[in-house]
Design a protein around this ligand. Structure first.
Ligand code: GLV
Ligand code: MN
Ligand code: MN
Ligand code: MN
Length: 405
């Protein structure tokens, strides 16, 4: 079987059919984006869809006790399995492709391998990982971190969504935590994902292989001051945490630019959140990423230092809490080169986090990216053409065929 650019034919039709089945699930009619939070109704429907797809292919489904699903072609106990797949959950008003493309492509790649008569000399599993975005419980790659033991079970169980529901409650049980016996069965993992930038558009290529993921993390800044009346409190008498917060957002932007790094404050909570009240508390979540770990650490430290200095001037307090951290991930270089040669695809690093980055610590792992014409992601504007998606399926099938040998 050779990778080729798909323009028409049965694979494109099959892709459109499966994509059409899931497209309405969790779609917000106003924004056109998706609200597919982990273990909420739309994501649970997608899991049902996953089970139905597995069933159609006579692939038994197992769960790992952490919310992750696996559909097996071949005996799960046999060992040396090849793992592929991604996640169903989205960020608020996210795009259609981030996550689900990797799962739909995985099932279609299994179909391609079977149709080509590739013998299942070892098992292959399609995975759907839970809470990759961290949009519900705050920690990204929650399911894969639990599976690999990168996250403490007690901490995960107690993470709560904004409605106060804990991860353990949403799961219906306490997470099982590290499953070395399950991980030990995987010889390799390949995650296909929509590209989240414009590198493939610029290179005029439909598919790429990932080389690395920038180290990144999430930090919570809590700014506290004195809540008071907006009309009667003299400007000189205020202790307004909104000022310290605003200064800190600008400082993060400046520090990131200075270092060629990325810093974003995309979420904020204000108390009491009233137009005519000086806030008593502002919480801002910083997402920070850089090519090198030292650059990242230096940037966060510099932003914290500037926030603390500004808090002294504003008469406010600031505390910084690390909520999640992902170290630099260098994907298996030999595997990336092998797949890049096989697929005649460019090799690129990325600033986006993925379950593949978590699994890479324990399992030889690779990622394939599919071109995104808008280059936009974590937004309804995220895009991919059906033809590129079908081409991605052939690339994934080719990669899996190589690994199944
Ligand atoms: C997940 O998509 C992330 O990189 O934040
Ligand atoms: Mn994402
Ligand atoms: Mn993703
Ligand atoms: Mn991601």
């Amino acid at each position: 079987m050779l990778t080729h650019t798909v323009q028409d034919g049965p694979l494109l039709d099959r892709f459109r059919e499966l994509w059409g089945q899931i497209a309405p699930i969790g779609r917000d009619a106003h924004s056109g984006g998706y609200l597919r939070y982990a273990l909420t109704e739309p994501e649970l429907r997608l899991r049902e869809w996953f089970r139905a797809q597995a069933d159609e292919r006579s692939m038994p489904v197992t769960e790992d006790g952490n919310g992750n699903l696996f559909a097996w072609w071949g005996d799960p106990e046999a060992g040396d399995a090849i793992l592929t797949g991604s996640h169903f959950d989205s960020v608020p008003h996210g795009g259609a492709y981030d996550g689900p493309l990797g799962i739909v492509s995985a099932f279609l790649a299994v179909d391609e391998l079977r149709a080509a008569g590739v013998p299942p000399v070892r098992p292959l599993a399609v995975a759907a990982f839970v809470e990759e975005e961290g949009a519900r419980f705050g920690v990204p790659c929650l399911g894969s971190r639990l599976l690999t033991g990168a996250l403490d079970v007690e901490r995960a169980a107690g993470l709560r969504d904004t409605g106060g529901v804990s991860f353990a409650e949403a799961l219906g049980d306490r997470p099982a935590g590290a499953r070395p016996e399950l991980l030990g069965r995987f010889a390799a993992f390949v995650e296909l994902h929509v590209e989240q930038g414009r590198a493939l558009v610029e290179r005029d290529a439909p598919v790429a292989v990932a080389s690395a993921i920038w180290p990144h993390g999430r930090w919570r800044f809590d700014f506290t001051g004195e809540g008071n009346h907006a009309g009667t409190t003299r400007m000189a008498d205020r202790r307004d945490p909104m000022l310290t917060y605003a200064f800190t957002v600008l400082a993060a932007n400046k520090e990131a630019r200075l270092r060629g790094a990325h810093a974003t404050v995309g979420r904020v909570a204000v108390e009491p959140n009233a137009t005519n009240a000086i806030p008593s508390r502002v919480t801002g979540w910083l997402d920070a990423r850089a090519a090198e770990p030292d650059t990242l650490a230096g940037m966060v430290e510099a932003v914290h230092g500037k926030a603390a200095e500004r808090a002294r001037r504003d008469g406010t307090q600031v505390t910084l809490t690390e909520e999640s951290a992902t170290p630099l991930v260098a994907f298996d270089g030999g595997l990336a080169d092998r797949l890049a040669g096989l697929l005649d695809a460019p090799v690129l690093p990325t600033g986006a986090g993925h379950d593949a980055g978590v699994l890479a610590a324990l399992v030889p792992t690779a990622m394939l990216f599919v071109r995104n014409p808008t280059g936009v992601s974590h937004s309804p504007a995220e895009s991919a053409t059906d033809a590129d998606c079908a081409t991605g399926v052939t690339a994934l099938a080719r990669a899996l065929e190589e690994l199944l040998r």
